[in-house]
Design a protein around this ligand. Structure first.
Ligand code: ATP
Ligand code: MN
Length: 457
């Protein structure tokens, strides 16, 4: 259909006086004695186009003014009577698709909980339009950042045989019928599609390291799958994962990259989505713009796990789970550190080796590994990363200590045999980033069709 995007119809002053056709969905209808107004959205712009109907010259059938109806409007663009940009004086309004009154997205504000029950329609609200516009801009900015910094974009497999760190968290991939009974696990998988146990990848890191050991700087940006049973506001069974991996890099380089990337992404979203962020600042998280401006322009904090535990131990009485050196940090501790102690994003470094993965570089103290988590206010962990163990013997020792099957990691160990170098990287959860920049508090509300325990609508 020949028509003009509403974004252009609103913003282009040079089109004033011209007759154009715009298409969209009716958001609101206001009627008065001589004129009536439709607000039209086609997704191209967060702002809606005001359609002015001069009732003396144009009678509009009621189906065209119903909330949610799809229409094509031919008319003349003119400077808006109120506010910036253009409005359109309608000559004809053609109904493209009617929308009966049972359409659940009506003018009155509905709750996010209710909207989660209609994922196929909730995108027609201001909130979700803003979320998904920000999400798209952020995705583009991620590719731009890495391309500009000499990183190659690689695609790691989603189906994998190594169950890496995610033993219990892995979804199985199988073609065997449900009622098949086998004598042993091995026999069962032997007759399965791949001949071995296979699953959906929880992370592209191990393959990312393979690529980094040849291409130098790489990143992945794709889905990861985790069958974690945690029904929280920060976990999905299927999420998008950004995982850079860099050769000739140590932990401080990994931290520098993470901070630089995050600041770049925040600035990009602020520059490209000012209307959306203003909306979030008013209706979702008061002070969001101030927070983002501050974060984009000041240094993140850095503190070791050992220092963090000292700080937290003094507040143990107020935690559900008191901490001591060796405990894993729970969400309540992460939030306390970043919100109350530092008041800004903080990198926690050098965790006890027992609570981190086998592949993390072992520090000289024999107790900790060169890992880092980036914690941000409102969310907690947004990035998890580390320098990787580059020493063959030490890596083997870490795997033995965990009773891992080394034969499944031959390729990974080979990287330490053939020209091993210091290297590291991290994983950034894309949805958690989108939550952070929009102020949305539930990960289900920044994902088109969120998948979580007992939820696959
Ligand atoms: P958490 O402790 O929050 O469960 P994690 O330590 O298991 O996260 P990592 O394995 O370090 O997570 O993954 C790197 C990043 O991927 C995390 O910092 C987070 O931003 C994101 N992430 C991890 N699991 C999920 C999930 N289930 N849903 C959405 N994002 C996730
Ligand atoms: Mn982590």
């Amino acid at each position: 259909m020949k028509h003009l995007d509403i974004s252009e119809a609103i913003s282009k002053a040079e089109l004033r006086g011209q007759t154009v056709v715009v298409c969209g969905w009716v958001r609101t209808f206001r009627d008065s004695a001589n004129v009536a107004f439709l607000e039209l959205s086609d997704g191209s712009s967060f702002r809606k186009l005001q359609v002015v109907i001069d009732k003396a010259n144009l009678t509009v059938e009621s189906a065209c003014t119903a909330t949610g109806a799809a229409v094509a409007v031919r008319g003349t663009l003119a400077q808006a009577y109120k506010g910036e940009g253009n409005e359109i004086n309608a000559q004809t309004i053609q109904l493209l698709g009617k929308c009966p009154a049972e359409f659940p997205i009506q003018k009155k504000r509905t709750t996010l909980e209710f909207l989660r029950t209609i994922p196929h329609l909730r995108l027609r609200t201001n909130t979700f339009q803003a979320v998904f516009r920000v999400r798209s801009v952020a995705a583009q900015a991620i590719h731009r950042y890495f391309h500009a910094h000499g990183f190659y974009y690689v695609n790691t497999p989603l189906i994998t045989a190594s169950d890496c760190e995610g033993a219990g968290e892995m979804f199985r991939v199988t073609t065997r019928p449900w009622n098949d009974s086998a004598k042993s696990e091995e026999e069962y998988y032997k007759s399965d599609f791949f001949g071995v146990k296979a699953g959906l990848s929880v992370s592209g890191q191990l393959e990312g390291e393979v690529a980094a050991m040849a291409l130098g700087k790489i990143y992945t940006f794709g889905p990861s799958f985790r069958a974690e049973n945690s029904n929280t506001t920060r976990h999905l069974a299927e999420f998008w994962h950004i995982e850079p991996e860099v050769a000739f890099a140590e932990l401080p380089d990994v931290i520098e990259l993470a901070e630089d990337l995050l600041k770049y992404l925040i600035k990009a979203v602020m520059a490209e989505c000012p209307e959306e962020l203003k909306f979030f600042d008013s209706f979702v998280e008061k002070g969001l713009l101030e927070k983002l401006t501050h974060v984009a322009n000041s240094d993140f904090a850095v503190c070791t796990y050992t220092e963090a535990i000292k700080i937290l131990e003094e507040k143990n009485s107020q935690f559900e789970f008191p901490v001591h050196w060796g405990s894993d940090l729970q969400s309540e501790h992460e939030k306390y550190l970043t919100e109350k102690v530092f008041g800004r994003p903080v990198f926690v470094t050098d965790y006890p080796k027992e609570i981190k993965s086998f592949y993390m570089k072992q520090n000289a103290d024999g107790k900790t590994v060169a890992a880092t988590d980036l914690l941000v206010p409102g969310i907690g962990e947004i990035i998890g990363g580390s320098e990787r163990e580059a020493d063959y013997e030490k890596l083997v020792a870490a795997m033995d200590a965990r009773k891992m099957d080394k034969s499944a990691y031959k390729q990974y160990l080979d990287l330490r045999k053939f020209g091993s170098v210091p290297h590291g990287g991290f994983g950034l959860g894309f949805e958690r980033f989108v939550m952070y920049v929009t102020g949305m508090e539930n990960i289900r509300d920044v994902t088109l069709f969120p998948r979580s325990v007992k939820n696959i609508m």
